[in-house]
Design a protein. Structure first.
Length: 359
């Protein structure tokens, strides 16, 4: 394609950015060919970047239109990122076991609060007006704590910005101190997750559901996507999560020690998500994966194992592996090519909401 055949015209316009109130610049892309100006596409992406999409009604391109260019102004433009409020919003709290009333206590300060122990399983709900969907949010913490703000509340508010009701699950930890002189059994987190599903079935059955989890919360999202429910589950979003290569028989790297306490290791063994020899751990809803290639805490082999099983079992998976990301990037550590992952996830969620439900 030479200059005479195709010329790129760049037009800057203003368009409201997603997740913020400040407008962001958007580049519109055109190709000029055979005396016709053909709109190729434009797209604002959560204030984190730009990707090209077809413009509705635009002519389809044919011929040697295999390359596109961006003006330098695109890279110079500063887009508004998803921003947090100065103070955390108040959650609507629902206890999942009426027999237990021990308060759960957050440690630290916003926006880095954590839960070092959970004795009362709860849903912390953050709702929007006229929600188009709902999500169960699972914060990470290695089943020994919950990263409540970084991987819970921030994710919930990001989902709210898309018109999605978000419910953070506060679940108990396998092998954790029960507060009564004993320890919780290996399946306690699943017990609490199942109670959360039942509550949503009662309260908001009409809304489609997504499971969203980061780090060990992604393992929870994967196993919860394998559970039966009357809700319309549209997908599970899993980021840098230890979904299967912590299993005793599938460790990566080989020879890695078991995880203490023993109940936690047993839980990983019971629920290896995405291994072909463990069919009960194969989610049959669409999956979105975001992983870091050089992650030493959660190696990318977790995702690769799932992709192998998906290709052989007709599972639907969108997988994104980022070359320079570090473990725990979440929504705040986005200095690198993984800055695009929230946008990719947002587009995926919208697509799942538009797509017909598989039989």
């Amino acid at each position: 394609m030479n200059r005479r055949e195709a010329l790129l015209y760049t037009c800057i316009r203003k368009y409201p950015s997603i997740g913020g109130t400040q407008p962001a610049s958007v580049n519109l892309f055109f190709f000029y060919s055979n005396s016709h100006l053909l709109p190729v596409g434009y797209r604002i992406t959560l204030g984190l970047g730009i990707s090209l999409r077809p413009v509705p009604g635009a002519p389809s391109l044919s011929g040697p239109f295999s390359c596109m260019a961006m003006s330098q102004s695109l890279f110079e433009t500063q887009f508004s990122r998803f921003s947090l409020p100065a103070q955390p919003p108040e959650a609507e709290i629902s206890r999942l076991d009426g027999r237990i009333s021990t308060p759960n206590v957050l440690s630290g300060h916003w926006p880095d609060r954590q839960l070092q122990a959970v004795h009362t399983p709860e849903l912390h709900s953050f709702r929007v007006v006229n929600a188009c969907a709902q999500a169960l949010v699972y914060a990470g913490g290695g089943y020994t704590k919950l990263m409540y703000d970084k991987e819970g509340l921030e994710v919930a508010l990001w989902l709210n910005s898309m018109g999605i009701d978000a419910h953070i699950l506060l679940h108990r930890f396998p092998g954790g101190d029960s507060g009564t002189g004993g320890v919780y059994n290996k399946s306690i987190a699943l017990t609490d997750g199942a109670a959360a599903l039942r509550l949503l079935e009662q309260r908001s059955a009409a809304l489609p559901l997504f499971h969203v989890g980061l780090s060990s919360g992604g393992h929870m999202a994967g196993l919860m996507a394998c559970q039966s429910t009357s809700l319309s589950v549209r997908g599970a979003l899993i980021a840098y999560a230890p979904i299967n290569a912590n299993h005793r028989q599938h460790k990566y790297p080989e020879g890695k020690a078991d995880y203490p306490p023993v109940q936690k290791q047993d839980f990983y063994d019971d629920w290896a998500i995405g291994l072909e020899g463990h069919p009960h751990g194969l989610p049959h809803c669409p999956l979105f994966l975001a992983y870091a290639l050089q992650d030493r805490s959660v190696p990318v082999q977790h995702a690769l194992n799932l992709l192998q099983a998906a290709s052989r079992n007709n599972l639907t998976v969108d997988a994104h592996i980022f070359g320079t990301a570090q473990h725990g990037f979440a929504l705040r550590n986005l200095d690198g090519t993984h800055a695009s992952w929230p946008t990719l996830a947002q587009d995926w969620i919208r697509w799942q909401l538009r797509s017909p439900i598989a039989p």
